[in-house]
Design a protein around this ligand. Structure first.
Ligand code: SF4
Length: 367
């Protein structure tokens, strides 16, 4: 589609709502300013642009809210499915859900034929811990919906969607890691499936059902879990190639540390690989902007392709290559660690006529 390879690897994050029916202990969605649902007309406009201008981009139909709460969720999947057929595009949908939905959602997830994966947020192996973490949720409903998806897939002889079970490791649940893997492996096997067990963010095989442990786990030893801060620091270390000073807490020292970190910091691959669309059509550089404060544009009156190739996002990218990290990226601890090679970055700079920045980049990173 684009002459520039890096711009073709986009995953689109399309938030149907920023509203959620649960109040999970690790989630700050309850603090978002405006609760809203994407209007049908806006969804149709954005979807048309996606299938026409980004025909290979995966679409994550969730970002900060629970998509299945959208009153027209099933109808919106139908709209996307029709547009996909009309434009013969390859886009597939990924859904992440707390699994507290009604039976008709299960049917839509299967029958639409466009949902590649459904990620269930679980985080526990029993109702006691589940309901402590996922406040307002019902563990039995989650189990019912998970099993229903597997059994209906078998009844209808369909492969998709794949199911992923997510366990974010935290103090409250770290004693249940083994139980969780065992319990859900048994459930999967009931339906003739042997799931892949994955640790942290990077998946080896996409076309497999998975049990995923996120964030706190590093290495092979489940018993070596420590505090979140330790793992956050490891993450920072890996993206900056320097070790953060953990004991350095004063504001001025913190600023100096951030400056030092940014001197070596790799530009966030997220600026080339992801874009976030909020329910009101606002576009943000990525999903780490829950209020849509860092506005690249609005799809009510702009085109996604123009925003994706426009000056605002280009400035974020070029500034970071040069070593300048502004908000929302400056203090972000969720920067993805990998996404493309130095060679691809160099090729990108040459293609956009900014090859002089390559030298600046290599000098500051001491490559
Ligand atoms: S650094 Fe963080 S806020 Fe910035 S684009 Fe990457 S993930 Fe998003």
């Amino acid at each position: 589609m684009f002459d520039i390879k890096l711009l073709n690897r986009l995953t689109i994050q399309l938030d149907l709502t920023n509203f959620c029916n649960l109040s999970c202990i690790m989630c700050d969605s309850k603090n978002y300013k405006k609760k809203q649902f994407m209007k049908r007309d806006l969804f149709e406009k954005i979807s048309t642009e996606i299938v026409r201008d980004f025909p290979d981009a995966p679409v994550r139909m969730h970002m900060h809210g629970e998509s299945t709460l959208h009153p027209e969720f099933c109808g919106l999947l139908d709209i996307f499915s029709e547009l996909k057929k009309k434009y013969s595009s390859n886009n597939m949908i990924e859904i992440s859900t707390n699994g507290q939905y009604s039976d008709k959602i299960t049917d839509a997830l299967i029958d639409s034929g466009i949902v590649y994966s459904v990620t269930f947020s679980v985080d526990a192996s029993d109702s006691k811990v589940y309901e402590k973490i996922r406040r307002g949720g019902d563990f039995d409903i989650l189990l019912k919906n998970f099993e229903q998806l597997l059994s209906k897939n078998i009844d209808r002889k369909t492969t998709l969607p794949y199911t992923y079970l997510q366990f974010i490791v935290m103090e409250e649940n770290q004693h249940q890691i083994d139980d969780f893997a065992a319990k859900f492996s048994i459930l999967y096997k009931k339906y003739g499936i042997t799931p892949v067990i994955e640790k942290d963010y990077f998946f080896k095989e996409m076309d497999k059902h998975r049990i995923m442990f996120l964030r706190k786990i590093v290495g092979e030893d489940f018993n070596s879990l420590k505090q979140q801060k330790y793992f956050d620091d490891l993450h920072l270390q890996s993206i900056h190639n320097v070790i953060p000073k953990k004991s350095d807490n004063s504001d001025s020292k913190k600023t100096r540390t951030v400056e030092k970190l940014n001197q070596f910091r790799y530009p966030c691959p997220g600026l080339w690989l992801y874009i976030g669309i909020h329910p009101d059509g606002t576009v943000s550089p990525c999903c780490q902007d829950p209020d849509g404060s860092f506005v690249l544009g609005n799809l009510n009156d702009e085109k996604l392709i123009d925003i994706w190739t426009g000056e605002k996002i280009e400035k974020y990218r070029l500034d970071q290559i040069a070593g300048a990290f502004s908000n929302p990226c400056s203090d972000c601890t969720n920067q993805i660690e990998a996404g493309f090679s130095d060679e691809e970055l160099k090729d990108y700079l040459i293609k956009i006529g900014k090859s002089e920045l390559w030298q600046k980049f290599t000098l500051r990173r001491k490559i």
